[in-house]
Design a protein around this ligand. Structure first.
Ligand SMILES: [Fe+2]
Ligand SMILES: [Fe+2]
Length: 163
C-alpha cells in the first residue's frame, strides 16, 4: 500500500533530522580534529556516517512505498564547542530529542493504521536505546576525567578503537 501524504511528510521531517544529525556530528568531528583528539574525531565521524545511514533508510522506505522524498535544507552547524564534554552533552541531548521524535512518529503511524511504517520504526526505537546508552556513557567518562588531560587522552585512545 502506498504511504499517505501525511505520513510521508512526517517521515521526510525525520529524514531531515537525521541529515541534520549527520551534519552536526561531522561538525563535532571537525572540532575534535582541531584539538588533535584523533580518537574522538574518528568516533564522531563514524557516528555521523551512521546518521547518514539512518536518513538513507528513511529515503529508501519512502521510495519503496511511493512516497515523495523531499530534501529540505540542513541547518548550518557550530564548529566550535567549549570542551569535548560540551560537544558530547550536545550529542546526548540530540539523541534524546530524536528518541522522542521517533516515538511520536510511531504513535502517528498507529493512529493512521499504517502498520508497515510502524514496523519500520521499530528498528529506530531499538537503535535509539543504544544511541542514548553509548552517548551517556561517554558523557559520564568525560565528566569523570574532569580537568585531567591524561584522562582525556585515555578516552581519546579508547574511542579511536571504534571500527
Ligand atoms: Fe539517527
Ligand atoms: Fe543517533
Amino acid at each position: 500500500m502506498d504511504i499517505s501524504k501525511a505520513m510521508a511528510e512526517q517521515l521526510n521531517r525525520q529524514m531531515n533530522r537525521e541529515f541534520a544529525a549527520y551534519y552536526s556530528y561531522l561538525g563535532m568531528s571537525a572540532y575534535f580534529e582541531s584539538l588533535s583528539l584523533k580518537g574522538l574525531a574518528k568516533w564522531m565521524r563514524q557516528q555521523a556516517m551512521e546518521e547518514q545511514g539512518h536518513a538513507l533508510k528513511i529515503y529508501d522506505f519512502l521510495n519503496s512505498r511511493n512516497g515523495l522524498v523531499e530534501l529540505q535544507p540542513i541547518p548550518a552547524v557550530a564548529a566550535h564547542y567549549s570542551s569535548p564534554l560540551a560537544a558530547f552533552e550536545k550529542a546526548l541531548e540530540h539523541e534524546r530529542g530524536v528518541s522522542d521524535a521517533i516515538s511520536k512518529l510511531r504513535t502517528f503511524a498507529r493512529e493512521q493504521d499504517d502498520q508497515a511504517t510502524e514496523v519500520f520504526l521499530n528498528w529506530f526505537i531499538a537503535e535509539q536505546v543504544e544511541e542514548e546508552d553509548v552517548a551517556s556513557e561517554i558523557v559520564d567518562r568525560l565528566r569523570l576525567a574532569g580537568d585531567s588531560k591524561d584522562g582525556l587522552l585515555r578516552i581519546d585512545h579508547e574511542l579511536g578503537k571504534r571500527e
